[in-house]
Design a binder for this molecule. Structure first.
Ligand code: NG1
Length: 547
């Protein structure tokens, strides 16, 4: 299984990037990073940790519900040159255990220095009110992470947290973390839906693991779990899609990644056959920056709560019994409704199960007099009543760990998106698998494109995670000849992904550039950053540098 493989540690770049052309171009980037690091810190780095961004081809906002998604790693990535700090003072000054100097090649991210603190007491007041209070309570180490605003070092600290508390939880007995110097560079545009945040957290986690010599014996799956836990500390209750893609993906393939009953990933080669038409994926940035952290309470985290409450209400209406403290997801409710043993549950069974379940989603439809059925969401009071919990219990289970803001909560619309999108992912996987050994006729690409279009429509109208600019960009992409086009990632701005015939890519990109108004004033360089064709790239790795 892809998730059980060890984290790759390479000793030369051509091992890491087998495509020689790519390796040659990247070599310059890596060399610059090492030179700059040496100049800034007065010693050479010992490793480079690398984690790519990802493009989610289909399966949006269903990872935290524990349904599978279908991402591929992109070539754009985060690189961190790293090594143990060497004090220039003579005799060396004692630095606090595990202190960090984090610099970024991009001057807009100011250098940061911080050190973790050892906690002997129980959780702080802030942590008591936190979702992960139990995790925090056991933590021996603490780092201040500002979850109210977007700060680049928050992701570095988030990556460090897991390493500290997994490997140095009993200071003295299992040693102390070493002081570290880090230099970052990145090519994943932030706030664009290509998962720069997960790439930052995965790369940071890897860098701290490498410098502390903790990589041996770790599987990719373990790294995904650590990165997922770490990223939550930066303030968004995300699923594992991005971290899994960044860590597990391989060149030429997407992965079908699932989270229930536990993390699993299956590489699925994309239909780029020997015969025409070959297809590529084009990412186009709407240039609407969606700040996930700042908007979490009425966007991302609100969706997490709406789906969780929706799952409880649906379960009650289906006669599935739940304890008061349980917080099952839609995927778990489906499993209970089907009454199956998940360990032996095939993809075919899952598909058939979702198809059978879809009509049951109608049980969430709020029908009220005076409103068109299904149009209206529900108020907090209604939600509490439907949940069957007391207001105190409801608050404890669904709200005490997260801040959300809404007048109406859309349980029905969100559920419709989730189950139909989960089915589309399985259909997308089927089409890719069928196309593998066969000639890929035009209709294979048309079938994939149609699924992408349907996904976008659902994101836009049922999940409300698109925005007018992204909708315009999708329409322009379709008019410019894309087989399919959709918002990718969390949405509310960010990027679209379009499936385009390879021999038409230049023409396609030219048309979109000419027609999407926000691109009109961009320089050529900015345009190349905003819209580009991408091929599935390698997942995260560590490059061990010569002494
Ligand atoms: P972005 O914001 O595109 O990195 C987010 C979540 C994913 C997933 C998608 C929507 C984070 C780190 N990632 O991705 O887990 O839920 O939205 O499918 O928040």
């Amino acid at each position: 299984m892809a998730a059980e493989l060890p984290i790759p540690v390479f000793t030369s770049l051509d091992q890491a990037l087998p495509d020689l052309k790519t390796a040659a171009a990247e070599l310059i980037r890596y060399t610059n990073l090492v030179d700059e690091y040496t100049q800034r810190f007065g010693h050479k780095p010992t490793y480079i940790a690398r984690a790519p961004g990802r493009v989610n081809l289909i399966g949006e906002h269903i990872d935290y519900v524990l349904f599978g998604a279908f991402p591929a790693a992109v070539e754009r990535d985060i690189l961190i040159a790293c090594g143990p700090s060497v004090s220039s003072a003579s005799p060396p000054e004692p630095s606090s255990p595990g202190s960090v100097n984090a610099h970024n090649l991009d001057a807009k991210y100011a250098p940061q220095a911080f050190a973790p603190m050892l906690k002997n007491a129980g959780p702080t007041d802030v942590e008591k009110a936190d979702a992960d209070a139990t995790v925090h309570a056991e933590s021996a180490w603490h780092l201040d992470i500002n979850t109210r605003e977007l700060r680049w070092e928050s992701y570095v600290k988030a990556g460090y947290y897991g390493v500290l508390n997994h490997f140095f939880s009993q200071p003295g007995q299992n040693g102390h973390p070493v002081p570290v110097d880090l230099l970052f560079t990145g090519s994943v545009p932030s706030g664009s839906g290509l998962s720069s945040s997960a790439a930052m957290v995965v790369a940071s986690t890897l860098a701290f693991l490498a410098v502390n010599e903790k990589v041996n014996g770790l599987t990719k799956g373990k790294l995904v779990e650590m990165a997922m836990e770490n990223e939550k500390r930066a303030g968004v209750n995300s699923g594992g899609l991005d971290q899994a893609a960044s860590v597990i993906c391989t060149p030429h393939s997407a992965i079908y990644v699932t989270f229930f009953p536990s993390l699993a990933a299956e590489p699925i080669p994309l239909p780029t056959p020997r015969t025409t038409p070959k297809a590529v994926f084009v990412c186009a940035n709407s240039l609407v920056v969606s700040d996930k952290l700042v908007s979490a309470k009425y966007h991302y985290n609100l969706r997490v709560v709406e789906t969780l409450v929706g799952a409880r209400v649906l379960a009650r209406r289906l006669g599935i019994s739940l304890t008061d403290s349980e917080r099952p997801t839609f995927r778990v409710i489906l499993a209970r409704w089907l009454g199956t043993d998940e360990a032996n549950f095939s993809v075919e069974h899952l598909k058939a199960g979702i198809e059978r379940f879809l009509p049951e989603v109608e049980k969430l439809r709020p029908a009220r007099e005076g409103h068109e059925a299904g149009e209206e969401g529900v108020t907090m009071a209604e939600m509490i009543e439907w949940s069957g919990l007391s207001p105190e219990q409801f608050n404890q289970v669904y709200l005490s760990w997260v801040e959300v803001e809404a007048t109406y909560f859309q349980l029905y619309k969100r559920a419709r998106h989730v189950f139909a999108e989960a089915l589309r992912v399985l259909e997308f996987r089927d089409v890719c698998l069928r196309a593998q050994d066969e000639f890929v006729p035009e209709d294979t690409l048309a079938a994939l494109g149609a699924l992408m279009d349907a996904s976008h429509e659902s994101c836009s109208t049922l999940y409300d995670c698109s925005c007018p600019e992204v909708d315009v960009l999708v329409r322009i992409a379709k008019d410019a000849g894309a087989y399919g086009s959709r918002v990718t990632g969390a949405g509310w701005g960010g990027c679209t992904v379009s499936l385009v015939a390879e021999d038409k890519v230049e023409e396609f990109i030219g048309k979109v550039k000419a027609q999407y108004a926000p691109y009109k004033d961009l320089t050529e360089e900015k345009l190349r950053e905003a819209i580009f064709a991408t091929k599935p790239s390698a997942g995260a790795f560590i490059l061990k540098l010569d002494d």
